[in-house]
Design a protein around this ligand. Structure first.
Ligand SMILES: Nc1ncnc2c1ncn2[C@@H]1O[C@H](COP(=O)(O)OP(=O)(O)O)[C@@H](O)[C@H]1O
Ligand SMILES: [Mg+2]
Length: 246
C-alpha cells in the first residue's frame, strides 16, 4: 500500500483511489489552464499589435498616452499569466526524460521577442544531447525569469550583453547566465531567492523564488556570483541522468 503524505483526520477515510482522482483532476486543471493561457496570450498579442498600429497613424499625444497604458497593462497581464502558469505547472508532477540543450533552445526561442534592440545574447551549448529528469515548461520558466532579470538589470534602454552557457560537469548539467548589468549588492545577495523580495519599484519578487522552487524540484542547486563591476551570474546545477550520459 502507498503511504499518504498527509494522515487523515480522525474519523476521515482517505484511500488511494480518492488520491488518484484528485491527482487526475490536478492534471486536467493543468491542461485546462495551459489551453486558456494560450488563448489569452494570443488575444493580448492582437490587442498589442492593433494599438501599435493606431499609435503609428497619429501624433496625438493623448492617444499615445492611452496606447502606452494599454501596453503597460498587457505587460502586467503577461506577468500574471506567467504566475498562473507556474502554479499550474508546479502543481502536478510531470518530470520526464528531456534533452536539456534542446529544451533551452526552445525557451530562448520563446523569450526572443522580449529582447530590447540594445541587448545582445550569446547562447553557448554543446552539440550532443544532455538528458535530465525534467519538465520543458518549468525549464522555460527558469530561463525566462533569468533572462528577464538580466535584461532588467542592464536596463531596457541600455546597451549590454547576456551570455547563456550550458556544459556537462559530470554528474551535473551546468547552466550559467551572466549579464553585463551592475551586479548585486552584497547586502541583499542572500535574500534574492526569498519569495516577495524585490528591489524594483514595479517588481513582485516571485521570479527567483519560482526558479528556486523549480530547481529544487529537479534536485538541483543555484549559486549566485557577483563581483563589483562585473555583472551578475547565476549558476544552476541539475543532475544528469547517468544511464544516458555515460
Ligand atoms: N541579473 C541580476 N542582476 C542584478 N540583480 C538581480 C538580477 N536578477 C535578480 N536580481 C535581484 O533580485 C531581485 C529579485 O528578483 P526576482 O525574484 O526575479 O523579482 P523581481 O524581478 O520581480 O524583482 C531583483 O529585484 C533584483 O534586485
Ligand atoms: Mg524577476
Amino acid at each position: 500500500m502507498k503511504k499518504h503524505d498527509v494522515s487523515p483526520k480522525s474519523g476521515e477515510q482517505v484511500d488511494d483511489s480518492e488520491q488518484e482522482v484528485h491527482a487526475q483532476k490536478m492534471v486536467s486543471l493543468g491542461h485546462f489552464t495551459q489551453a486558456i493561457v494560450h488563448d489569452i496570450r494570443n488575444a493580448l498579442h492582437v490587442v498589442g499589435s492593433a494599438s501599435t498600429l493606431i499609435e503609428r497613424r497619429t501624433d496625438d499625444a493623448a492617444i499615445h498616452h492611452h496606447v502606452n497604458t494599454i501596453h503597460k497593462t498587457i505587460g502586467r497581464t503577461n506577468d500574471l499569466i506567467e504566475r498562473i502558469l507556474s502554479f499550474a505547472n508546479n502543481s502536478e508532477e510531470h518530470l520526464g526524460i528531456i534533452d536539456l540543450p534542446h529544451s533551452i533552445d526552445e525557451s530562448i526561442q520563446h523569450a526572443r521577442p522580449m529582447f530590447p534592440a540594445g541587448i545582445s545574447m550569446e547562447w553557448q551549448r554543446p552539440l550532443q544531447e544532455m538528458h535530465i529528469l525534467g519538465d520543458d515548461g518549468q525549464i522555460y520558466q527558469v530561463i525566462l525569469n533569468l533572462l528577464k532579470n538580466a535584461i532588467e538589470a542592464i536596463g531596457r534602454d541600455n546597451e549590454g550583453s547576456i551570455t547563456m552557457n550550458l556544459r556537462k560537469v559530470y554528474p551535473w548539467a551546468e547552466i550559467r547566465v551572466k549579464d553585463s548589468g551592475p551586479g548585486i549588492d552584497v547586502a541583499v545577495i542572500g535574500r534574492l531567492l526569498d519569495s516577495g523580495f524585490t528591489t524594483k519599484p514595479d517588481g513582485n519578487g516571485f521570479g527567483l523564488a519560482n526558479v528556486a522552487a523549480i530547481v529544487k524540484k529537479h534536485s538541483g542547486t543555484i549559486q549566485i556570483v557577483s563581483n563589483p563591476g562585473e555583472g551578475a551570474e547565476f549558476i544552476l546545477l541539475l543532475p544528469l541522468l547517468p544511464e544516458l550520459n555515460e
